[in-house]
Design a protein around this ligand. Sequence first.
Ligand SMILES: NC(=O)c1ccc[n+]([C@@H]2O[C@H](COP(=O)([O-])OP(=O)(O)OC[C@H]3O[C@@H](n4cnc5c(N)ncnc54)[C@H](OP(=O)(O)O)[C@@H]3O)[C@@H](O)[C@H]2O)c1
Length: 262
Amino acid sequence: MDLMLKKRKILVTGGSKGIGLACAQVLASEGADLIISSRSEENLATAKEIIGEHKGELLTFAADISRKDDIDALGEYLVTKFGYADGIVINAGGPPMGPVLGHSDEIWTHAVNSLLMSVVRLTRIFVPLMKERKFGRIINISSTGVKQPIQGLVLSNSVRQAAGTYLKTLSADVAGDNIFINTLLPGATDTDRLASLHRTIAERTGKNLDEVIAARKSSIPAGRFGDPVNLASLAAFLLSERNGYITGQSIAVDGGQVSFPL
Ligand SMILES: NC(=O)c1ccc[n+]([C@@H]2O[C@H](COP(=O)([O-])OP(=O)(O)OC[C@H]3O[C@@H](n4cnc5c(N)ncnc54)[C@H](OP(=O)(O)O)[C@@H]3O)[C@@H](O)[C@H]2O)c1
């Protein structure tokens, strides 16, 4: 199926590694014009090499989406280069693990800025532009922790819940303008972030790293970690005009791990 993404203008934040990079790779292979963004110029240069030659444009812009000034600069860059955005993938690094009562106000504030205010600020810039063109597709990369809280990840479980509720509220406001907004909930997906979480768990529990990984895999009905491309393929469909009627949803891509009621 042709996703009709050729020449569509799409921004991917947190796009230099892992799930964000996989989204950029799939979108590039579909011929979209892309701006990929993350904090590090160096990571962006590497990502550009990994994506390689493709039919569309591929621009990069360094921005930390926990910071309002960086988001404003990213918005200005996109408008200068493309004039508008057909789609955005909102993605950033996950917050640290830690005991529920153990995070300082500074750490909570950073998590709120990275995972909630980034979503508010990016949509405040791009949704009005999408309204003018009567087309827009937005994806937020969240976590299954919003459906079934993950022990040790209270910052992620809590703050992402607020971002999801914000987007659900916004999606109803703008669906009539052909702007569709969905949240994707990765389960254990094979990236640097997952490897680092497993190392932290092994250090904190004194368990062998291989044991930690084997226990995690055995808790997943599919029996393995997800490939970032699994999630990116769904993101590409939801970002395309082939997605003509799905909005306001939170969709787990988790090999069946979350066991919330149907
Ligand atoms: N992998 C999993 O199993 C899993 C499961 C559930 C949820 N998630 C969530 O899904 C998201 C992506 O996960 P991942 O595994 O792909 O993570 P990852 O491998 O750590 O990659 C994160 C990406 O985001 C960029 N980034 C980090 N902080 C940023 C910021 N403040 N502003 C802009 N870019 C930022 C990083 O590049 P720079 O360092 O260059 O900024 C990198 O490109 C995370 O929020 C993660 O918590 C992942």
